[in-house]
Design a protein around this ligand. Structure first.
Ligand code: SF4
Length: 677
């Protein structure tokens, strides 16, 4: 059977897949992300494409409805809210699962035509702190690394990242490189021992939010041992002295590591030229997430360990298209093509290009603030696309209550029943993976095509088309008449050319004459071009910024600290992976890892139930007693939802405290009490 070249819909590695309508799934040997390899989730995709549980018709107030009448209703409700309460009374909440074309038109509609920037995304929960860190240091949200850097590095530092479970194919590439070059060193910085730790030479069990103290200590060590690259700093970096002065004020022992551990790590880092620091949610999902990112970037900038093969900081994204979303301005504080919403010249450029009647002049509501505005009665019409905030946002019970207060809620989804969909006035059936066409960008800036290989089920439609149809009905026919995702992509590429004079990093000119149908996976700005080897940063003076960042005051509290994360074989709320029995066989039910000493103190034996609670909520989970976690530290997977297990889902425990710069929730290090249930 003919197989279609497409991309896995799960993590940000963005593996190429060969897929057939009969459920055949193979890794694409020609895709540069994976060269044919797939992890357990990707390999099981063929078992997840049935139609059980799918939403196949539009529904209004729970009843089947006609598409045209439903779209008319949405346009009328949004227009009424805007007319009566202003453009900021409406909001879109999107997802790193949707395709770049979907993201592009949603942002165009909200920012350029409705005139509000109230369009945010669940990528806020994933990468927003990295975006802030990049912009503060580089002037743009640039991820300079490539996957080949990981294979060429002599030292890989993995911070807050269980790569083996969350980005398995990337982890395999590192493992293969280490097998070939046993002198390659791997340091894993994580309070918990994970499958990733098993590959590491050094495991540093960092204390809660100890990252800034650790990397400030490294920066001070680099300065004190004459290991700075003064030529690189002189030519390409501003702010080195204040950052180093601040770094010297912090006490590295607040990282929770012993003097010997610190010394060993600092010496290894200092004596190795080719260092890649990979970081993920353990860094981003914190009250100090943005500062953690800049503490890491400071060390790479201070030593010129950036932009050359095997060198650099590398933020790996959790979702398949978090990068594409960022590129088209999917966050409430950005514009398409990495342009800035607060910059009047950037706004004018985009508005002229779109020929739009208005343009939001300030950042919109970030995810947590958006749902607070719902709770406060300020949002009159909300459209949630391809995500489930009523279970995935921190303080999820509060978010569900907030959504109930919005007078008009639209949810686009592939599934008939979700916790958020159950709160909607209108449900729109979207096409899913394998049924729709578009592009995604993976963690190394590689744009690949997702291609349809399945028939469209029922009355489902692609998100970009639904959004455009609403835009047309709201009165903007010319701006939202696209015949295909290829036309949307072409406009996005043309916007990149139109804004080229601003000299941003996001140069899509190589796609100007691209054959969309046959597009091969391509890295921007140009395969092989490196960012920052010779400076060329995007602040007005062309230099990077080292930022003075200050370690937060440690506050451990008396109870337990709960961290949440992914299981190897599940994805998000298991909408798709939950359908494959072999994936469920890995870890079949919700659990919490607890250290044997704590288990003994609480009179808990293996398999007992543990109740976790804090003022936000309560959760009951099966005890998994293991020394992979430390005393007073717990770990629980975040996949189970309220609908699947009303007592065993954990996002209701998470705090809605956010990083003050990125607005990213501090979803790690949750204070809870624990007892035998
Ligand atoms: Fe899919 Fe990520 Fe696995 Fe690759 S590593 S197959 S992108 S889940």
């Amino acid at each position: 059977m003919n197989l279609t070249k497409t991309v896995c819909p799960y993590c940000g590695v963005g593996c190429g897949v060969l897929a057939g309508a009969d459920g055949t799934i193979k890794g694409d040997p020609e895709h540069p992300a994976n060269f044919g390899r797939l992890c357990s989730k990707g390999a099981a995709l063929g078992e997840t494409i049935d139609l059980e549980g799918r939403l196949l018709t539009p529904k209004v107030n729970g009843k089947d409805a006609d598409w045209d009448e439903t779209l008319d209703l949405i346009a009328e409700q949004f227009n009424t809210a805007i007319r009566e309460h202003g453009p900021d009374s409406v909001a879109f909440y999107l997802s790193g699962q949707i395709l770049t074309e979907d993201y592009y038109v949603a942002n165009k509609l909200m920012k350029g035509f409705i005139g509000s920037a109230n369009v945010d995304t669940n990528s806020r929960l994933c990468m927003a702190s990295s975006v802030v860190g990049h912009k503060r240091a580089f002037g743009t949200d640039t991820v300079p690394g490539t996957y080949e850097d990981l294979e060429q590095a002599d030292l890989i530092v993995l911070v807050g990242s269980n790569l083996a479970w969350c980005h398995p194919v990337l982890h395999h590439r590192i493992a293969a490189a280490k097998a070939e070059r046993p002198n390659m060193r791997i340091v894993n910085i994580d309070p918990r021992k994970t499958a990733t730790t098993d590959l590491a030479d050094i495991h540093l069990r960092i204390a809660k939010d100890g990252d800034v103290a650790l990397f400030n200590g490294l920066l001070a060590h680099l300065a004190d041992t004459g290991a700075l690259n003064n030529d690189y700093i002189r030519d390409h970096v501003e702010g080195g002295l204040p950052a180093i002065t601040q770094a010297r004020l912090d006490d590295p022992s607040e990282s929770g590591l012993t003097p010997q551990e610190l010394s060993d790590f600092y010496q290894l880092w200092t004596s190795t030229q080719k260092v890649v620091t990979v970081y993920s949610q353990g860094v981003n999902q914190s009250e100090s997430g943005s500062d953690k990112v800049n503490a890491i970037l400071n060390c790479h900038l201070a030593t010129g360990r950036i932009g050359t093969p095997g060198c650099g900081p590398f933020s790996v994204t959790g979702q398949p298209n978090a990068m594409g979303g960022r590129e088209v301005g999917g966050l409430a504080n950005m514009l398409a093509n990495h342009l800035d919403i607060e910059n009047p010249d950037h706004r004018d450029c985009v508005q002229n290009f779109w020929n739009s009647p208005t343009m939001s002049t300030q950042a919109g509501l970030k995810a947590v603030d958006m749902f607070q505005a719902c709770a406060d009665g300020k949002i009159k019409a909300l459209w949630v696309i391809s995500t489930n905030p009523a279970v995935s946002l921190p303080d999820a019970d509060g978010v569900a209550e907030a959504i109930k207060k919005v007078p008009f809620v639209v949810v686009s989804d592939i599934m008939a029943r979700t916790d958020t969909g159950d709160l909607a006035d209108v449900l729109l059936p979207a096409t899913g993976w394998g049924e729709k066409d578009g592009t995604v960008t993976n963690s190394e800036r590689r744009i690949s095509r997702q291609r349809a290989f399945l028939p469209v089920p029922g009355q489902a439609r692609p998100d970009w088309e639904i959004i455009c149809d609403v835009g047309v009905r709201m009165g903007w026919k010319d701006a939202f008449t696209f015949a295909s995702p290829a036309e949307v992509f072409a406009e996005y590429v043309a916007l990149s050319s139109a804004s080229a004079d601003f000299g941003r990093d996001l140069d899509l000119s190589i796609f100007a004459d691209a054959d969309y149908a046959n597009l091969i996976p391509t890295q921007w700005p140009k395969d092989g071009k490196r960012f920052f080897a010779d400076g060329g940063f995007y602040h007005p003076d062309g230099k990077a910024r080292m930022l003075p960042v200050c370690a937060p005051t440690p506050c451990e509290g008396d109870g337990f600290i709960l961290n949440t994360g992914r299981n190897r074989d599940q994805w998000h709320t298991m909408t798709r992976t939950g359908k494959a029995p072999r994936l469920g066989a890995h870890l079949a039910e919700p659990y919490v890892e607890i250290h044997p000493v704590d288990a003994a103190k609480l009179d808990i034996t293996a398999g007992d139930l543990i109740e976790l609670s804090n003022p936000k909520g309560t959760s009951v989970l099966r005890a998994l007693i293991t020394d992979r976690t430390t005393e007073r530290q717990l770990f629980a997977p975040m996949h189970w939802t309220r609908q699947q297990s009303s007592k065993a889902w954990v996002n209701n425990l998470a705090s809605s405290v956010v990083d003050p710069f990125s607005g990213q929730p501090a979803s790690k290090n949750i204070n809870v009490t624990a007892r035998r249930y």
